[in-house]
Design a binder for this molecule. Structure first.
Ligand SMILES: [Zn+2]
Length: 304
């Protein structure tokens, strides 16, 4: 049975800490280097629900994509949610290791797993890592859609192939436009808009898109039919857990470790329900009381 330090050493070969962004907080958060590891669980979020799942499973190591503490803290008291995570982990002899932006840019990385889940053929990174002479590492991926789909069909495929969330997939742009090439980026991708525009793709699939960045992006794309597809952040990164688990399984076999490697079944997307709009269109059906100008009698305290 390998020791934690040996398992961490192979995780570091897959996702070297020095390839993480400078603001990131990756690596081992909890764990005794000499403890033995038999069972490993991969999850997106180091939250109480996934830690409880690790306890139930009898896991010795939880590997998550998101950091537990991204900024400095002065407490791990169990009265805080993150402190409770730390306490539960230590009390149950479970180590926690994080691979975040170093897993985003890895080859294969988070966006390869996202492309794979949608059966897209990866052509190249959207933003290549200049330190990779082979040009395979980097942020996001540019993919071919073969045979081409419409935006609507691509959204339906994403809705069917990614784990189910309340949000589903939102689309900006013409649903009937053809998509031959698509850029994908797991997690929040609106910082990559400039690269998406330069890549000359037909669509961009990512998560966490907000009103102003999305609306300005659509206005600035000029006459190109470039569409946006917005999925739930957790759903776009969950496929990486399966990819990472398969990578560790393969390494475990090679070393004769016999690790039991699992992928979290807990949905940690914070959104739990979605109501599709059934209200009136403002152009045709706003109730008259909502659209007319206020009369003096509507103003409280106005003289009659
Ligand atoms: Zn993320």
């Amino acid at each position: 049975m390998p020791r934690l330090s040996e398992v961490i050493a192979v995780l570091e070969t897959l996702w070297p800490a020095e390839r993480a962004e400078s603001w990131d907080a990756v690596g081992t958060v909890v764990g005794e280097p000499d403890q033995e590891v038999m069972r490993v669980l991969f999850a997106v979020d180091p939250v109480q629900e996934t830690v409880d799942e690790a306890v139930q499973l009898g896991a010795d190591l939880l590997v998550t994509h998101h950091p537990l503490y991204l900024r400095g803290t002065t407490t791990v008291a169990a009265s805080t949610s993150k402190g409770r995570v730390v306490h539960t982990l230590i009390r149950n002899d479970i180590a926690l290791h994080v691979a975040h932006t170093n897993a985003d840019t890895a080859d294969p990385g988070v966006s390869d797993a996202l492309a794979g889940a949608l059966d897209l053929r990866v052509v190249r990174p959207l933003v290549p890592d200049p330190t990779d002479p082979e040009g395979r590492r980097g942020l996001g991926r540019v993919c071919e859609v073969d045979p081409p789909l419409t935006v609507r069909e691509l959204a339906a495929r994403a809705a069917a192939c990614l784990p189910a969330t309340a949000q589903g997939i939102r689309v900006a742009g013409d649903p009937e436009a053809p998509v031959r090439t698509v850029a994908v980026s797991g997690g929040s991708g609106d910082s990559l808009f400039e690269h998406v525009r330069a890549a000359g793709v037909d669509a961009f699939l990512t998560a966490d898109l907000r009103h102003h960045p999305a609306s300005e992006f659509m206005a600035d794309r000029a006459h190109s039919p470039l569409a946006l597809l917005d999925a739930a952040h957790w759903a776009t990164e969950w496929p990486w857990c399966e990819l990472a688990a398969a990578q560790l399984d393969e390494i475990s076999d090679r070393h004769g470790w016999g690790l039991r490697v699992h992928v979290s079944k807990t949905v940690t997307d914070p959104w739990t329900a979605h109501a599709a709009s059934t209200g009136p269109s403002p152009a045709t059906a706003l109730p008259r009381s909502a659209s007319r100008a206020p009369s003096p009698s509507d103003t409280p305290g106005a003289p009659n």
